[in-house]
Design a binder for this molecule. Structure first.
Ligand code: SF4
Ligand code: SF4
Length: 409
């Protein structure tokens, strides 16, 4: 971390953060595997996921669930990659139910057969979140680089037939924002109780594809107006969430409701994370559940204490009267856009680096003026093992080059 000597070390200050009593985690996100049959261009998994192929076994995951529940976690998401690729999912769901978790399966739907959904119901699964890439087969299949649209539609009927509450999730970006009305109609036709329209967050693969995915302000405003109309006319049938993208705001979100405040993620290999995108942050040794208890990870590890509270902050956050509201925004976004995770999230217009965000939005508007047919001809990176290895090698080469450059200087 390139922290200025003018400000105290965050690690040293973490124990004096503004809230000395650390609450227990509320959410456990169990990322069971990074394997996935889809290749989404906005996937939030790390771009170098192929380098992290090890997975906890069933007994290890059962221990994670028991420890997390004993800590106080009450909500449990089974995610991935595609969690249905784990054939022990039913065992994990049954244990989670026994422990008293409220369980949610976050899935692309691929692999959710009649038998599996019946077994998951019997095991006590509470909730299923099914993702679509778009309301059209063409775009759904293009963005995931698979032919899965019809399959997902069949899975949606299965979810309803088995009496699960259904959240339909669709990640929004410049390609599908103009289809928001059709996406809502699709959700209504499928009987979804909730529709989450989540504008792309630019981490992982979405960051690699940012130039292709970033919408214009007009696209967003049009889509939001459509959402509002549907809320007024159909709000009692389906609750529609519209998550505004950070880049178009002037204040950042209180990311994960605070670092190490409510969210505890466990990656497939057992790495514990305060945010599922955090593993790319440099200078933090994220603990592993196979080597340390979850209790000690949550309360004592440097990684979970590092950005807790406000004591780690640099200016302008340190003396800002809004710091308790947004806690300085997102550490991953600060790192990705400014190179220092301890900087203010540059979404904030008080940040001296806010221009970094403004310029991305400006460039998107310029790119949008290109003919639509040209957009798909730009290189777009699909999430797959070959691209993951190539990006990891590229990052390693860059690190090595900058190390060498540093030595020469
Ligand atoms: S975003 Fe797509 S590729 Fe990534 S885990 Fe989800 S379904 Fe798989
Ligand atoms: S300066 Fe920091 S604390 Fe203040 S509003 Fe901006 S991001 Fe939040």
């Amino acid at each position: 971390m390139n922290e200025s000597a003018a400000f105290a070390s965050p690690a040293a200050d973490a124990s004096q953060a503004s809230s000395p009593a650390v609450p227990p985690p509320l959410w456990l996100l169990a990322e069971l595997t990074y394997r996935c049959p889809l290749h989404c261009v906005f996937c939030s998994n790390p771009v170098n996921y192929a380098a992290h192929s090890r997975e906890l076994d069933t007994a290890q995951w059962l221990d994670v669930l028991r420890e997390a529940r004993a800590l106080g976690a009450a909500q449990l998401g089974f995610s991935g990659g595609e969690p249905l690729l784990r054939d022990d999912l039913e065992v994990l769901v049954a244990e989670a139910r026994k422990l008293g978790f409220y369980t949610n399966l976050i899935t692309s739907g691929i692999g959710l057969t009649e038998k599996r959904i019946g077994d998951l119901k019997a095991a006590g699964l509470d909730h299923i979140q099914l993702s679509f890439q778009d309301s059209t087969q063409e775009l759904n299949d293009f963005l995931s680089s698979t032919r899965t649209f019809d399959l997902k539609r069949r899975v949606a009927s299965l979810i309803k037939a088995h009496g699960f509450p259904m959240v339909l999730n669709c990640v929004l970006h410049r390609y599908n924002l103009p289809h928001v009305d059709r996406i809502i109609e699709m959700a209504l036709a499928m009987g979804a109780e909730y529709l989450e329209l989540a504008n792309t967050q630019y981490y992982g693969w979405a960051k690699a594809n940012q130039a292709q995915l970033m919408p214009t302000r007009e696209q967003l405003e049009d889509a939001e107006a459509v959402v509002q109309r549907y809320r007024e006319t159909h709000g009692d049938l389906c609750k529609i969430f519209f998550v505004v993208p950070d880049y178009f705001e002037r204040r950042p979100k209180r990311c994960m409701n605070g670092w190490g405040a409510v969210f505890l993620g466990v990656a497939p290999d057992g790495t514990a994370l305060p945010c599922h995108a955090a593993r790319d942050l440099p200078g933090l040794a994220f603990p592993n559940v196979t080597a340390q208890s979850l209790r000690s990870i949550w309360y004592e590890s440097d990684a979970f204490n590092h950005y807790r509270g406000t004591a780690w902050m640099k200016e302008p956050c340190r003396s800002c009267d809004e710091k308790e509201q947004d806690l300085g925004g997102c550490r991953c976004q600060a790192y990705l856009l400014t190179g220092d995770a301890a900087n203010a999230d540059p979404v904030c217009d008080k940040s001296p680096l806010h221009e970094k965000v403004v310029s991305v939005v400006r460039e998107a508007a310029v790119a949008r003026s290109a003919p639509a047919s040209a957009l798909r001809e730009q290189p777009i990176l699909f999430r797959n093992d070959a691209n993951s290895r190539a990006l990891a090698a590229q990052a390693e080469h860059t690190d090595h080059t900058s190390d060498t450059a540093g030595a020469v200087r």
